[in-house]
Each structure stands twice: as structure tokens, then as C-alpha cells.
Design a protein around this ligand. Structure first.
Ligand code: NDP
Length: 475
């Protein structure tokens, strides 16, 4: 008997993906650098399906049906290159190497091009949902050739999460498209988490609510339009009490957020593309600020107001819900714009509505809300920004008074709310009839003769700033 699919790299993610394939009736070949992990998987979970454990790469490759499908689930970076180099020489034309780790999309583009030369399909695949998702149904974002998806897609769709029978998996686009979209997914996740954290902070310090009460508030929101996995787990975390001290769990955790790097990658890529993903950037920077205790300690005595519990007034809860929803819409609009910009830049032809569809379950940002994004792109595939879609326009329009109150309150009370504030600034910047960018163009022309365009004539112009009459010339 031969295996339909093989997994190499059997740490938490690889092991659970392999079990998921097996539970769906596929015969799964197993391999790991250290054989012990392979043995353990079969000993513990062998009864869940049919596994073909292999001690060597050669045995592993020999146990796979053609075309071979080899899922690589190892540490991203050099280990992935090592594993590719180990397997590529053993494979035949038309076989597939599927990198399901968190690779940078530029690495995926490089690997795909190199392996294509060697007649192999390289499928960089985003997988979201952590270890639970890997086992019970992740959201899967495969890139690579359309041809590879014909043979690989059905297996991935089998193990993916489903919403009303629709799998949370689709062919994203060629080469690095899958890993790019996974990266932006993580960036949006950063923004979402930051906004939720700001909502909590304002409710606590300007609303005077205790964590357990805020847990109740979030639980209530979870049954409304904000309903999502992240809101749900926020309520769980806020409700938790520390066993050792009896204090709220959030009060005993060190307030320094860590990051593994995909948020930072998203912002770096956005800078290269020139797309303003301020919501994601603020979230990455807020984590960086929190994670710098030395500077925070040095600055701890700086003057500023101390928040007054109750300053938010009686409408605070409802206001914060509106601010959170509006800011979240901005963050998602920015993320989708980044995907569209990359799709144009790299010729990926990504369908943004399909991305919203496959994020509806399995992944960390799963939410009701994604249905509206899908509908927005179904209605208008060429939408310039989600903010101009009817549903979102109305939601943000309706939320904006409360949103402005919350941002003003945070500023007055001295509570840092970079996510809410910058989302609002983005919204106001985007809808402005005139921006002060005209002044910046003037400054640039003054010191660097960088030229400017006029509102009333074609072409580029330069003012002779150094001359007495400061006349204008055509550039
Ligand atoms: P790790 O990232 O901890 O990687 C451990 C695995 O990599 C082991 O199987 C290890 O083999 C193997 N490995 C490391 N270096 C090499 C090498 N040079 N050659 C061969 N094999 C090597 O495992 P995870 O399961 O946590 O994650 C796997 C991938 O999935 C990563 O890219 C991660 O970013 C991504 N991912 C993780 C998620 C998560 O929630 N953990 C979510 C989504 C994606 P050995 O046993 O011999 O040491």
C-alpha cells in the first residue's frame, strides 16, 4: 500500500496535520529528522488511521504514490531549505513539495522558482489555527501552481475547517501568494488583538470595571456583530483568576507582549508596497513599546493625567463597542488592500472575497464579520477599499460619533489607544477633500527641487524659490 500524502517534520503542527489526514481516511507517510517523534506518533495515535512510518528520507519517498505529495512542517528558515535539499533529489518530475510552515513569501518565491527549474511543484502553504486547528480543521492558504492544486487541493480541502460545507481552503495564487496571504492574516490578527486590548484598557481605567465585569461585556459583544474567536477567548482570559494569588489572571501576567515576527513582516512588506497598514503597524509597535521595560522605567515619571474611573460616563460600553467595530473595519480594509496591492505587483490574481471565505473558520481571526467582507467583494470585485462598501460605510458612519468620543476620552485620560486613534486618523485622511500633502510637496520642491503637480494644469512644475520673484517653471 502506498500513501496519498506524506508529512515530514512531526512536531506539534506536523503531527496534528498528519493525524488530520489519517482521520479523513488518507494513508499518511511519516518522517522526522529524529525518528523518535515518528515512532511516538504511531505508538500514541496509530489507531486513528493508516500511517506508514519511515526512518529515512528514501523509505519515506518510496512509500508515496505518484505524483508524490510531501508536506514539510519544520522550523521556518534554513531548516526548510535543508529539508528541501534533502528531498528534492529523491523526487521525480511532477512531484510536489508543500511547505506548510510559516515561511516568508519571498523565500517561497525563491524556492518555487528554483524547484520549478527542476521539474518539481513547490507549494508554499499558509496554515492557520495553531495546533488545535491543525488537528480539527485549519484554514489553509496554498500558493504554487494551479496544476498542483488540481491534485493536492482535494486532500487539503478534506482536512480544512468547513463553514456550511464550504472548505476554508482555496488556491490563493501562484508562487508566494499563499504565504503572503497567511502573513497578512497574521498582521490583521495583531491589529485585532491590539484593538481588543485597547477596548479592555479603556473600560477598565476610564470605565472603572473589573476584569470579570469586562469579561461579561465581551461575552455580550460576542453574540453581536463583533462575534469572533478572539472576542470569545478574550472573555475567557479576563474571567480567569490566578490560582496562586486569587488576583485576576491579567494582573499577574507581565505586560510585555512578545512576537514571532509575522506582524513585522506584514508591515515591512506594506512599506515596500507603499500601502498604509497603520492598524497593523500600530499593533506591532505597541508590542515593541510594551516589550522595552528599560525605556518604560526611565519614562515612568513623565507628566500626564491619571485616568479617572467613571470618566467615560454611562454610554462608555456602547461607545467602546462602536469604536472597536469601526477600528476593526479599518484594520481589515487596510489588510485587504495590501493583499490586492501585492496581487497586482506579483501578478497573483488573488480573489479577495475568497480570502474572506477561507478565514471564516479554522483560523485565529475567524469571525461573523468575514461574511460581510465576502459579500462586499461578491457585489463589487473591484472595490477600492472595503470602507466604501454599503454595509461597512453604514457601520462606520453610524459608529463614528462614539468612535471620536472614545479617542478623545483616551487622549484626555492619558490612556494610550494607538489602534483606535490611528484607525480614525486613517479614516479621516482617506475621506478628506484636501490633504496637507500639498504643503509637503511645497517643502520638497523648496529644499530639493522635487517638483509638484498643479490642480489646474498637466505636467510637473518647480518654483524658483531662491530667486527674488519666485517664478514658476515647467519641469
Ligand atoms: P517547530 O517550528 O518547533 O519545528 C520543529 C520541527 O522541525 C521538528 O520536527 C524538527 O525535527 C524539525 N527541524 C528543525 N530543524 C530541522 C532541520 N535542520 N532539518 C530537519 N528537520 C528540522 O515545529 P512546529 O510544529 O511548532 O511548527 C512547524 C512549522 O509550522 C513552523 O514553520 C511554524 O512556524 C509553523 N506554524 C506553527 C504554528 C503553531 O501554532 N505552532 C501555527 C502555524 C504554523 P526534530 O524533531 O528532529 O528536532
Amino acid at each position: 500500500e502506498k500513501a496519498q500524502i506524506g508529512v515530514t517534520g512531526l512536531a506539534v503542527m506536523g503531527r496534528n496535520l498528519a493525524r488530520n489526514f489519517a482521520r479523513h481516511g488518507h494513508t499518511v507517510a511519516l518522517h522526522n529528522r529524529t525518528y523518535r517523534r515518528t515512532k511516538e506518533l504511531v505508538e500514541e495515535f496509530g489507531s486513528e488511521g493508516t500511517f506508514l512510518p519511515a526512518e529515512t528520507a528514501e523509505q519515506f519517498v518510496a512509500s508515496l504514490e505518484r505524483p508524490r505529495r510531501v508536506v514539510i512542517m519544520v522550523k521556518a528558515g534554513k531548516p526548510t531549505d535543508d529539508v528541501i535539499e534533502e528531498f528534492a533529489p529523491l523526487l521525480d518530475e511532477g512531484d510536489m513539495l508543500i511547505d506548510a510552515g510559516n515561511a516568508h513569501f519571498a523565500d517561497t518565491r525563491r524556492r518555487e522558482a528554483a524547484l520549478r527549474e527542476r521539474g518539481l511543484h513547490f507549494v508554499g502553504t499558509g496554515v492557520s489555527g495553531g495546533e488545535e486547528g491543525a488537528l480539527h480543521g485549519p484554514s489553509i492558504m496554498p500558493g504554487g501552481s494551479a496544476e498542483s492544486y488540481v491534485s493536492l487541493g482535494p486532500l487539503l480541502e478534506d482536512i480544512a475547517a468547513k463553514v456550511d460545507g464550504v472548505p476554508c481552503c482555496t488556491h490563493v495564487g501562484p508562487d508566494g501568494a499563499g504565504h503572503f496571504v497567511k502573513m497578512v492574516h497574521n498582521g490583521i490578527e495583531y491589529a485585532d488583538m491590539q484593538l481588543i486590548a485597547e477596548a479592555y484598557d479603556i473600560l477598565r481605567r476610564a470605565g472603572g470595571h473589573e476584569p470579570a465585569e469586562i469579561a461579561q461585556i465581551f461575552q455580550g459583544w460576542n453574540s453581536g456583530r463583533l462575534g469572533s474567536y478572539l472576542i470569545e477567548i478574550t472573555a475567557e482570559v479576563l474571567r480567569q483568576n490566578d490560582a496562586k494569588t486569587g488576583h485576576p489572571f491579567v494582573d499577574v501576567v507581565l505586560d510585555q507582549a512578545e512576537q514571532k515576527g509575522t506582524g513585522r513582516w506584514t508591515v515591512q512588506a506594506a512599506l515596500d508596497l507603499g500601502v498604509p497598514v497603520s492598524g497593523i503597524a500600530e499593533a506591532v509597535f505597541a508590542r515593541a513599546l510594551s516589550g522595552d521595560p528599560d525605556t518604560r522605567a526611565a519614562a515612568a515619571g513623565l507628566p500626564g493625567p491619571a485616568p479617572q474611573a467613571g470618566a467615560g460616563g454611562t454610554d462608555l460600553q456602547a461607545d467602546v463597542e462602536q469604536a472597536l467595530f469601526a477600528s476593526k473595519i479599518v484594520a481589515y480594509a487596510q489588510g485587504f488592500q495590501q493583499i490586492q496591492a501585492a496581487s497586482t505587483e506579483y501578478g497573483w490574481d488573488i480573489d479577495p472575497g475568497a480570502m474572506a471565505t477561507i478565514w471564516r473558520d479554522g483560523c485565529i481571526i475567524r469571525a461573523k464579520f468575514l461574511d460581510y467582507i465576502k459579500q462586499a467583494y461578491d457585489k463589487q470585485p473591484g472595490l477600492a477599499t472595503l470602507l466604501v462598501d454599503d454595509y461597512f460605510q453604514e457601520a462606520v458612519g453610524g459608529a463614528q460619533d462614539a468612535w471620536r468620543r472614545v479617542v478623545a476620552l483616551a487622549a484626555q485620560q492619558g490612556i494610550a489607544a494607538p489602534g483606535f486613534a490611528s484607525a480614525l486618523a486613517y479614516y479621516d485622511g482617506l475621506r478628506a477633500q484636501r490633504l496637507p500633502a500639498a504643503l509637503i510637496q511645497g517643502q520638497r520642491d523648496f529644499f530639493g527641487a522635487h517638483t509638484y503637480r498643479r490642480v489646474d494644469a498637466d505636467g510637473s512644475f518647480h518654483t524658483l524659490w531662491a530667486t527674488d520673484d519666485r517664478g514658476e517653471v515647467s519641469a
